[in-house]
Design a protein around this ligand. Structure first.
Ligand SMILES: [Cu+2]
Length: 150
C-alpha cells in the first residue's frame, strides 16, 4: 500500500512537470563593447520571459556597469546591483520591467524585460519617456525596445 502511494506521487509530480514548462535562467551581458560594435549595452536589450523565470545580469568587461531597476511591476522589490558584479533577479510578477546601468544610463545603457502580459505598459512608457529625455545618446532606445513588447 505504501509503495502504491509513492508510485502515485511520482506519476502526479511527473505530470505536473510536463504540463508547466520549467522556469529558465536568462543571461543578459553587460558590455562596454559588444561584438556588433555597439558600446555600453545590455545584450540582449530586450528580453521576453515567463513568470517564474530568473534573469542574470553578467558584467563582461569592467567599466562600473550595474543592473538597476528603473521601473518594476507592483509587488516586485526594486533592485540596485553593485558595479561590475553579477545581479540575479527572480521575475515573479508579470508586466514590463525597465532596467538601466547607473553609470551609463545617460548614454542609453538600458534594457526592457517583458514578463507574461505587459499589464503595466502605459505606465512603463511614461517612465521611459521621462528617463529618455535626460539621455545624451540613444534617446530613442527605450521607445524602440518598448515597441517590441507584444
Ligand atoms: Cu554601464
Amino acid at each position: 500500500m505504501k509503495s502504491f502511494k509513492i508510485i502515485t506521487l511520482l506519476v502526479l509530480s511527473a505530470l505536473a512537470f510536463s504540463v508547466s514548462a520549467s522556469p529558465s535562467v536568462i543571461e543578459v551581458k553587460m558590455m562596454t563593447q559588444a561584438p556588433d560594435g555597439k558600446a555600453l549595452v545590455f545584450d540582449p536589450m530586450f528580453v521576453k520571459a515567463n513568470v517564474g523565470d530568473t534573469i542574470k545580469f553578467e558584467p563582461m568587461q569592467k567599466a562600473g556597469h550595474t543592473s538597476v531597476s528603473l521601473f518594476v511591476p507592483n509587488g516586485i522589490t526594486p533592485w540596485h546591483g553593485k558595479p561590475d558584479t553579477e545581479m540575479v533577479v527572480k521575475l515573479d510578477k508579470e508586466g514590463v520591467y525597465l532596467v538601466e546601468c547607473d553609470v551609463h544610463k545617460m548614454m542609453g545603457m538600458v534594457a526592457v524585460v517583458q514578463v507574461g502580459n505587459p499589464t503595466n505598459l502605459e505606465e512603463a512608457k511614461k517612465v521611459a519617456a521621462t528617463e529618455s529625455a535626460k539621455m545624451i545618446m540613444n534617446k530613442d532606445r527605450f521607445s524602440k525596445l518598448l515597441d517590441q513588447v507584444k
